[in-house]
Design a protein around this ligand. Structure first.
Ligand SMILES: [Mg+2]
Length: 403
């Protein structure tokens, strides 16, 4: 595996010895300031295409294009995701399929339609790996999540890096997928950091280096700034995030309005207060607990599963949701997370199915390892509303977050 561990601004030297706390006590922390946070943004690399390469490894050496067909004519639509072989030839997301085919003519490229249900199951299992390691997980999209690891690693950069590496290792080992992770003191910084080295990257930005890291990057790297806004900013001689950070807030607010102006002003300095909102998306409900002691005793673990089954069943009822998949999450004594999922023939809402499937999956999982279980959880996924669409719409409603 070719893993790049980069540190924006060449800061590897800080990682081994300085933690956030030490930096804070050395640098002086003004009372009244926001407490520091440590956030990971995890992004699965070229996700749809990587899922297809998994089931057919022969595809990975040739250009592979996952197409969002519009259905009008055979080739109308755009590229949804391309693998890196195709990206090297400048075939990227959003390119019309017809143009992609012209560019890739004679290159033995493969074109596949989007297989969303399959990508969603894989995504659910990856999100379960995140929740097995970290308490606060916000699924941002099918292939992205924010994780708040502040308390878990006590703001220690080395611990943060180790946790990020365990996540990468487990996702690789369990699902065969690579991902890129960014670590920063806000969601904005973490998100930009995860895109800094791709694929299979890990980029760590210590909080006191946020502004320095962002400064040289073009403004469109900030979430919420697209091509149009970038053009307008260019017209105002603001090319980089650093230019934006140095500019007068009144000047920006006058041009973009108070809400956007304030966001640009703060985000360009890496200051983004948006919390990581524990949320695994409307596609799944899950809960995980730590056992009182590590165990392989199915009776003892089943007692915990019973509690979890009741809790999740109540939640599914409350939200008017049925599930088609039941999964079990187990973190073993060596802290490796394992997940096993069973997909049912029909959507279901029975607690007996949750009980039966989770116990069965627990036995299967124990047969596959000699290690003891440290944490155990259940996940219900492939959720659909029991009646009508109203419930799901309600369930999907979420507070506004960073653009
Ligand atoms: Mg991605």
């Amino acid at each position: 595996m070719d893993q790049t561990v980069s540190d924006a601004c060449g800061l590897e030297r800080h990682i081994s010895s300085i933690s956030f706390w030490q930096a804070v006590s050395a640098g002086g922390f003004k009372s009244g300031e926001d407490p520091l946070r440590m956030i990971l943004h995890c992004d699965l690399d070229y996700f749809f295409a990587q899922c297809e390469e998994l089931s057919n490894p022969g595809l990975s050496t040739k250009p592979l294009v996952i197409c969002a067909y519009s259905g009008r004519t055979e080739d109308s639509g755009v590229v949804s995701t391309a693998n890196y072989v195709a990206r090297k030839l400048r075939v990227n997301s959003g390119l019309p399929i017809i143009q992609a085919k012209k560019i890739l003519e004679g290159s033995n490229a493969t074109y596949l339609p989007i297989d969303r249900p399959r990508y969603e199951s894989i995504s659910d299992r990856v999100m379960a790996i995140f929740s097995a390691h970290v308490g606060i997980v916000e699924k941002a999209s099918i292939d992205e999540a924010y994780l708040d690891i502040t308390e878990q690693v006590q703001l220690d950069l080395t611990e943060g890096r180790n946790l990020a590496q365990s996540l990468k290792r487990d996702i690789r080992r369990e699902e065969g997928l690579s991902c890129s992770i960014g670590l920063g003191a806000s969601k904005v910084v973490a998100k930009i950091a995860s895109g800094f080295v791709k694929p299979d990257g890990l980029t760590i930005v210590p909080s006191y280096q946020s502004a320095e890291f962002l400064s040289p990057l073009p403004v469109d790297k900030l979430p919420g700034i697209g091509k149009k806004t970038q053009e307008r900013l260019r017209g105002m001689h603001l090319e980089t995030i650093g230019d934006l950070a140095k500019s007068n807030i009144q000047y920006i607010t006058a041009a973009f309005g108070k809400k956007m102006g304030t966001y640009f002003h703060l985000a360009s300095r890496g200051m983004d207060k948006d919390p990581v909102r524990p949320r695994l998306g409307p596609e799944q409900l899950s809960r995980i607990v730590t056992l009182k002691e590590n165990s392989r005793d199915t009776d003892m673990i089943s007692l915990e599963l019973e509690d979890l089954a009741q809790d999740l069943h109540a939640k599914a009822l409350k939200h008017g949701l049925q599930f088609r998949s039941v999964g079990i999450i187990a973190v073993l004594e060596n802290l490796v997370a394992k997940t096993r999922t069973k997909t049912l023939d029909q959507p279901n809402s029975s607690i007996d199915i949750i009980r039966g499937s989770s116990t069965e999956l627990l036995r299967t999982l124990l047969e596959e390892t000699d290690l003891q279980i440290r944490r155990v959880g259940i996940q219900l996924s492939n959720l659909t509303p029991t009646t009508g669409q109203t419930f799901l719409a309600e369930f999907m409603e979420r507070p506004p977050s960073t653009p």
